[in-house]
Write a protein that binds this ligand. Structure first.
Ligand code: RP5
Length: 168
């Protein structure tokens, strides 16, 4: 209803009442809920065939009461997946990455190139060369791209080492 004699003002976009902008939660509050069950260690490996050799890493973490996740990805076969996973790892709450690979084992190094998290490499012995190929590939990282290199098939120590990092 308008008063007699007065002309109603046509509604325009500028008449929409201003809404107070939603308060932005601080980062800790926003992330508090998802932190509860999120894994702290990512165990990645170049092939599903590496699983039996990498299981001791998961066992060591489980015994230390540290949550972890397991993913198969390859620096050579699925390079985009490795980059995507490693770039998001820190933001997702991971504190360390354990990366196992055999043969020309580029996975730990490529992971370390795409995250600031500590990367623990596990050389896996293949059919030939007794794991020397993977050992050298993981140990001989160029300056600026650090990877902690475990023994050949040393997944248990990788789990223990990750637990020590998290305990710091
Ligand atoms: C590496 O190549 C993997 O980590 C695996 O140890 C090795 C052979 O892969 P598969 O042919 O068994 O899938 O990338």
């Amino acid at each position: 209803m308008t008063e007699a004699g007065s002309t109603p003002t046509p509604a325009t976009g500028t008449d929409v009442p201003e809404q107070a902008p939603e308060a932005m939660p601080d980062v800790e509050t926003a992330f508090a809920e998802i932190d509860v069950d999120s894994p702290l260690v990512g165990i990645i490996m170049g092939s599903a065939n590496d699983k039996p050799k990498m299981q001791p890493a998961g066992k060591a973490l489980e015994e230390a009461g540290i949550r972890y996740e397991v993913r198969v990805m390859s620096a050579h076969r699925t390079p985009d997946l490795v980059v995507e996973y490693c770039k998001a790892a820190q933001m997702r709450g991971l504190k360390a990455i354990i990366a196992g690979a055999g043969m020309s084992a580029a996975l730990p190094g490529v992971a370390a190139a795409h995250t600031s998290l500590p990367v623990i490499g596990v050389p896996i012995a293949g059919k030939n060369l007794g794991g020397m190929d993977a050992l050298l590939a993981i140990a001989q990282m160029p300056p600026g791209v650090p990877v902690a290199c475990m023994a050949v098939d040393g997944a248990k120590n990788a789990g223990l080492y990750a637990a020590r990092i998290i305990g710091l």
